[in-house]
Unconditional design. Structure first.
Ligand SMILES: CSC[C@H]1O[C@H](OP(=O)(O)O)[C@H](O)[C@@H]1O
Length: 354
């Protein structure tokens, strides 16, 4: 059926259905998003998350909004609600703007939005396959250079198919390398506070039977110091024109440790992640500030298999919860994109993507 991907699909009734990522890895459950408000809430509360999937859901969210309006002007108001649901992943704004541009002269909003949303997602899925191939080539190059037959890759957060349809970005080269018969092991940063690594990346790699070890976020530097990491691959939520990379909080610290230990640090991204409006990512990329409760509470299952949130700090202690940080381009070995691997600098990026 058209519009069907691993993390989301249009169901038989024509509504957007998504995997509820807040329940993984304990419960695999889907959620149908029938209204614009349900789409906005699902992005805000991270039922769906990951820059690419947020963009995918936003595109189908515009289609959902078209079922609620009688004119393009009415649609613009709903589109803004979707566009403003999270501030850092530029794929969200890109998807909404692209859909609204395509629909501006439409005489059948619902039918055209459905068509354009499927086309946009099919293109994202195709780009993800290219990232897989170019990234696996890098993995083979590193193995050859180090004269090794197995590779240890560290990744932060979740940039698999739960985050970018349909192969992911950071995990796409790992899936492709495994398909090529390469012996891959992944160090999985737990990725506090929402544990996208421990809950989502570990779940994905388990499904794909790829060797992995979950580590506390502060472990990566030690592993790199002791030669236990051959490369780092992460995803990204926004890459500025000068090659600075916004990604899940903690990425910058991994890049510093990689730089200090001469470990190749790659960022895998589709073209929709570039933001050419921003020339200095460190200074200008907006960083989402999320609820302090995500730091103060931890999710898990109790002895009855019920998903629970438990307080892990003194009730009255304040916390602050930055969702992302920005890694300067100088710490990045290369950007693995759907058009090949490019250096993280303005000239290279402009030549290939702008
Ligand atoms: C390339 S999409 C994955 C990207 O999105 C994650 O953020 P969140 O889980 O808050 O949506 C994280 O930055 C990942 O690298």
């Amino acid at each position: 059926m058209q519009g069907k991907y691993r993390a989301l699909r249009l169901n038989e009734n024509g509504f957007l259905e998504v995997i509820d990522q807040t329940k993984l890895p304990f419960v695999t459950e889907s959620k149908v998003l029938k209204t614009t408000n349900e789409v906005v809430e699902a992005i805000k509360d991270m039922t769906v998350r990951g820059a690419g999937v947020i963009g995918s859901v936003a595109a189908f969210g515009i289609y959902t909004a078209c079922m609620e309006v009688n004119s393009y002007d009415e649609l613009k108001e709903k589109a803004l609600l979707i566009r403003e649901s999270r501030p850092t992943a530029v794929n969200l704004m890109w998807a909404v703007d692209k859909m609204m541009e395509l629909l501006k002269d439409s005489t059948d909003l619902v039918a055209d939005a459905k068509k354009y949303a499927i086309e946009l997602n099919d293109e994202e899925a195709s780009e993800s396959q290219n990232i897989a191939k170019y990234g696996a080539d890098i993995i083979e190059e590193i193995l050859k250079k180090k004269n090794k037959t197995s590779i240890n890759i560290l990744t932060h957060c979740n940039a698999g198919w739960l985050a970018v349809i349909d192969e992911g970005t950071a995990l796409a080269p790992i899936y492709e390398a495994a398909k090529r018969g390469i012996d891959v092991h992944v160090w999985v940063d737990e990725t506090r506070p929402r544990n996208q690594g421990a809950s989502l990346t570990a779940w994905e790699l388990t499904q794909s039977k790829i060797k992995h070890t979950i580590i506390a976020d502060n472990t990566g530097g030690h592993l790199m110091q002791h030669g236990m990491v051959d490369m780092v691959i992460t995803g990204a939520d926004r890459v500025s024109a000068n090659g600075d990379v916004a990604n899940k909080i903690g990425t910058y610290l991994k890049a510093l440790a990689a730089f200090d230990n001469d470990v190749p640090f790659y960022v895998a991204i589709p073209a929709s992640t570039f933001d050419f409006e921003i020339r200095d990512g460190v200074k200008e990329i907006p960083i989402e500030l999320r609820s302090e409760d995500e730091v103060k509470y931890m999710r898990g299952v109790d002895s009855n298999g019920e998903v629970r949130e438990v307080l892990i700090t003194p009730k009255d202690s304040p916390a602050i919860n930055y969702g992302f940080d920005v890694t300067p381009a100088r710490l990045i070995s290369g950007l693995i994109t759907d058009k090949g691997v490019c250096k993280a600098n303005y000239e290279e990026i402009k030549k290939r993507f702008n």
